[in-house]
Ligand binder design. Structure first.
Ligand SMILES: [Fe+2]
Length: 254
């Protein structure tokens, strides 16, 4: 199968954009209806667009007829509560698939490594169309929390940590890059996540926001990093032994 892939994601698999410049009232994410949907830790999700416009988070291939992660149906009751967020997604003018707010409870670096996974964005994607990637926009102000990306989950040297102050925007090929969030603090973290089809409209939107394909990052304490890595890999190995395979290597619906 061949898909259109955006050259800007080729180098590192992610791109960090200018911070969202607007203001979003927290009621836009706090008043939504959330559903339990376990992904990357202790999470709930509030869908804004789903397969059929219902408040659920299943991938679109579960439905009849099964389809790719594009052309999500906006959920009227949720859209009414989050007009600015919906506008932020629609302004890109690219095809949108799953669109939701994630709520993540605080965790540890080791938890994040344990939870890291690859998404399944392109199942049923028709040959010749655009590769589906993910867009993230941080809602709560969590400058000490990080999106943890790795090209290879077993190789810490491939890691990038992207800080998550309010308004942080990134686009990730989340079927290539292992990802999860290390969220510190006492309150949950909220983030707008949606699937977009790669193509000229999305590229235009990205290039208007000063994309950066490699970010500087503060080094982690060596002992802390080593201990966290060991804990995470032990837990990952135990999970693999339990299931008889590594479930995080089977594309996740998250
Ligand atoms: Fe994911």
């Amino acid at each position: 199968m061949s898909y259109y892939r955006m050259p800007i994601l080729e180098e590192t698999g992610y791109v960090v954009l200018d911070s969202y410049g607007g203001v979003v009232d927290p009621s836009e994410w706090m008043n939504l209806e959330y559903v339990d949907w376990k992904s990357s830790g202790d999470t709930r999700f509030a869908p804004l667009a789903s397969a059929n416009g219902d408040i659920e988070c299943n991938a679109f291939w579960h439905f009849d007829p099964p389809r790719s992660d594009k052309d999500g149906v906006w959920i009227e009751s949720q859209v009414a509560k989050a007009p600015t967020l919906v506008e932020r997604v629609k302004e890109v003018d690219a095809r949108v698939g799953r669109c939701r707010i994630i709520e993540l409870q605080p965790n540890t670096y080791a938890d994040a490594l344990y939870n890291s996974h690859l998404d399944d964005n392109n199942r049923r994607n028709p040959d010749g169309e655009g590769w589906v990637i993910r867009s993230f926009m941080q809602l709560t102000d969590n400058p000490g929390s990080y999106m943890i990306l790795r090209e290879d989950i077993d190789d810490p040297s491939t890691e990038t940590r992207i800080a998550l102050p309010a308004g942080a925007q990134l686009v990730v090929d989340s079927e290539r890059m292992w990802h999860s969030v290390w969220h510190v603090g006492d309150e949950p973290r909220y983030c707008l996540i949606n699937s977009f089809e790669s193509g000229p409209a999305l590229e235009k939107w990205i290039f208007e926001r000063n994309p950066v394909t490699r970010v500087e990052q503060a080094p982690l304490d060596t002992d802390f990093a080593r201990a966290s890595e060991g804990e995470a890999q032990n837990r990952r190995a135990a999970r693999t032994a339990h299931y008889g395979y590594d479930p995080s290597r089977v594309y996740s619906e998250a």
